[in-house]
Write a protein that binds this ligand. Structure first.
Ligand code: AMP
Length: 129
């Protein structure tokens, strides 16, 4: 069965898409740690990051770098933290999270955003790509 992220790629499930090319997609995390929390995924559906072939793995990092630079311009933060977990969704994804302190990388504190706030930050990040 297709992963929830494959359904996002196809548009079967709605998302706040930030940027995509032939091989990768960036979209906002629906349950964000912070404003601008973004996921970057390969369109190829693979469960674990280190099962990606070398070309897809390095391409994902280069794609994530481009998105992270745009996030840094769109959101006031010290760093864009990077995390790869995958316990919930078995489709490789890189979390890009605006942070100011170590604890901001904890997945225990979440923020609530309205639909309008998701749209606003999506547009802002997109404008810097
Ligand atoms: P993990 O697999 O543990 O790295 O976490 C999966 C992440 O995907 C979580 O941060 C979820 O909030 C996020 N997520 C799950 N479903 C969606 C969705 N439909 N749209 C955007 N983000 C999602």
């Amino acid at each position: 069965m297709a992963s929830i992220f494959t359904k996002i790629i196809s548009g079967e499930i709605p998302s706040f898409k930030i940027y995509e090319d032939d091989n990768y997609l960036a979209f906002l995390d629906i349950n964000p740690n912070a404003l601008g929390h973004t996921l970057c995924i390969p369109k190829k559906e693979i469960n674990e990051i280190f099962d990606l072939d070398d070309e897809t793995l390095s391409g994902l990092m280069i794609f994530s770098k481009k998105v992270a630079h745009a996030i840094k311009k769109a959101v006031v933060c010290k760093r864009v933290g990077v995390s790869i977990i995958g316990l919930e969704v078995p489709h490789v994804h890189v979390h890009l999270i605006p942070i100011n302190k170590m604890n901001d990388m904890s997945f225990e504190s979440k923020i609530n955003l309205t639909q309008d706030e998701f749209i606003e930050i999506m547009k802002k990040i997109k404008s810097y790509i």
